[in-house]
Design a protein around this ligand. Structure first.
Ligand code: PLP
Length: 368
C-alpha cells in the first residue's frame, strides 16, 4: 500500500457544505445576504475585469514568470523597489512558498491560537511545527506572550493585522515595541489581508512596509478590498533577499496571465476601492449601533467583518441555523478555535439591513 506521510494523514480533508443554491431552494429563500467569507459583495473591480478580458485573448501564451508589470505597479504604490515585491496565487500560495523557502528541518512557526486557519494547515503540510499562545482577553495577538515564547527553534512569527477572525488590531506603537524585542534573524510575517479597510478605520493602524525592518515580510491580497477573490492573486513585500528566495520556489507561471492582468487593473481602480472602503466603514458603524441596541456582544473590528461573542458553541449553532433560515449566511468559528464566536462579513447596505432584521428576530425567537 502507498504510504502517506503522517503530517498529511493528520490534516483534515476539505468537506464542502451544501451548495448555497440548494439551501436557498430548500428553505425557499426570497432574499439572501452572503456574509460568511469576508468577500467584497460589490462584485469585482470593473478595471480588473476590463484588463482580465483583454488578457484572455493571449491565453495560448505562457504568462510573464517575473510578473514585471504587476510587481512594478505594486512597488510604485508602496514606494519600494520591484525587487521587494513577490506575487502569488493569493496570499495562501505565498504562505506555502514562504514555508518552503525559509524553514530548515526542525524550525518552528510561532503564532497565536484563534487566527487564520490556513496558516496552521500550510505549516503542517510543509512539516513545520506550530507553537501557539492564546489570544489576549480582548481577542488580540498577545505580543508579550509571543515574545516570551521565542525559542531556539523559532524561525518565524505570524501576525494577522487586523486578525481574522476577531477583527482586533495591533497598533503602530505595539508593533514597533514588539519589533524591538524580536531578534533580527527571526522573520515576522505580518498578514495585512484587510489593510485597505484598516487604514480607513484607524489612524493608528501600522503599514508594516513603512517600518523598514529587514526581517518583516508583509502579505496582502487582491481578494478582499479589490473584490477578485476567485482570480487568486496576492503579494508579499519584504527585503530583496527574502523576495528572491520566495520567487525561486513559486510555480514558474504563477499567477496566470488573467490573474496578473486583473491585478494590474484592480490596483489602478481607485474609484472602486474608495467606494468599497467607505461602504465598509459606514456599515461597520451601523453594525455596532444595531448590535449594541439588540444586546449582542461583539469585538470592535478593523476589517470588513465583525465577530460576535456568545455564551456557548450551542448558542452559536442555534443562531447560525436561525439566521440561515432567514437568508443570512454567516461563519461559526469552531474551526478557528473560537467555538463561542460567530463572524459576520460587512456587506452591502441592503444585505446588512436584512442581517439586522434577522438578528432582531433571532433575539426574540431564541431568547438570548
Ligand atoms: C488573514 C487572511 N490572510 C489571507 C487570506 C487569504 O487571502 P487570499 O485569497 O489572497 O489567499 C485571508 C482570507 O480570508 C485572510 O483572512
Amino acid at each position: 500500500m502507498v504510504t502517506i506521510p503522517k503530517n498529511i494523514e493528520e490534516l483534515k480533508s476539505y468537506k464542502p457544505g451544501k451548495p448555497i443554491q440548494q439551501i436557498i431552494s430548500e428553505y425557499g429563500l426570497k432574499e439572501t445576504a452572503i456574509l460568511w467569507n469576508n468577500e467584497n459583495n460589490f462584485g469585482p473591480s470593473p478595471e480588473a475585469m476590463k484588463h482580465l478580458t483583454n488578457a484572455m485573448s493571449n491565453s495560448h501564451l505562457y504568462p510573464d514568470p517575473a510578473c514585471l508589470e504587476l510587481r512594478g505597479l505594486i512597488a510604485r504604490k508602496n514606494k519600494v523597489e520591484i525587487e521587494n515585491v513577490a506575487v502569488g496565487n493569493g496570499s495562501e500560495s505565498l504562505f506555502n512558498n514562504l514555508f518552503n523557502s525559509f524553514f530548515n528541518q526542525g524550525e518552528e512557526l510561532l503564532t497565536c491560537e484563534g487566527t487564520f486557519v490556513a496558516v496552521y494547515i500550510w505549516a503542517k503540510a510543509n512539516k513545520i511545527d506550530v507553537k501557539t499562545v492564546p489570544l489576549t482577553s480582548t481577542y488580540n495577538f498577545d505580543l508579550k506572550g509571543l515574545a516570551k515564547s521565542i525559542g531556539e527553534k523559532t524561525k518565524a512569527i505570524y501576525l494577522s493585522n487586523p486578525n481574522n477572525p476577531t477583527g482586533a488590531m495591533i497598533s503602530r506603537q505595539e508593533l514597533i515595541d514588539f519589533m524591538e524585542i524580536v531578534p533580527p534573524h527571526i522573520i515576522v510575517i505580518v498578514d495585512e489581508a484587510y489593510f485597505e479597510f484598516a487604514c480607513d478605520l484607524s489612524e493608528d493602524y501600522p503599514d508594516s512596509t513603512l517600518l523598514r525592518y529587514d526581517n518583516v515580510l508583509t502579505l496582502r491580497t487582491f481578494s478582499k478590498a479589490y473584490g477578485i477573490a476567485a482570480i487568486r492573486i496576492g503579494y508579499a513585500i519584504a527585503s530583496e533577499r527574502m523576495i528572491e528566495a520566495l520567487m525561486k520556489v513559486k510555480l514558474t507561471f504563477e499567477p496566470s496571465n488573467v490573474a496578473q492582468a486583473a491585478g494590474v487593473g484592480a490596483i489602478q481602480d481607485t474609484e472602486y476601492l474608495n467606494r468599497t472602503v467607505h461602504n465598509n466603514t459606514n456599515e461597520l458603524h451601523k453594525y455596532y449601533r444595531e448590535l449594541h441596541k439588540l444586546g449582542y456582544k461583539y469585538v470592535p473590528s478593523f476589517a470588513n467583518f465583525v465577530m460576535l461573542t456568545l455564551e456557548s458553541a450551542e448558542q452559536v449553532q442555534e443562531l447560525f441555523d436561525a439566521l440561515m433560515k432567514k437568508g443570512v449566511f454567516v461563519r461559526p468559528l469552531r474551526a478557528f478555535g473560537l467555538p463561542h464566536c460567530l463572524r459576520i462579513t460587512v456587506g452591502l447596505p441592503e444585505e446588512n439591513a436584512l442581517c439586522f432584521k434577522a438578528l432582531a428576530e433571532c433575539k426574540e425567537e431564541l431568547g438570548f
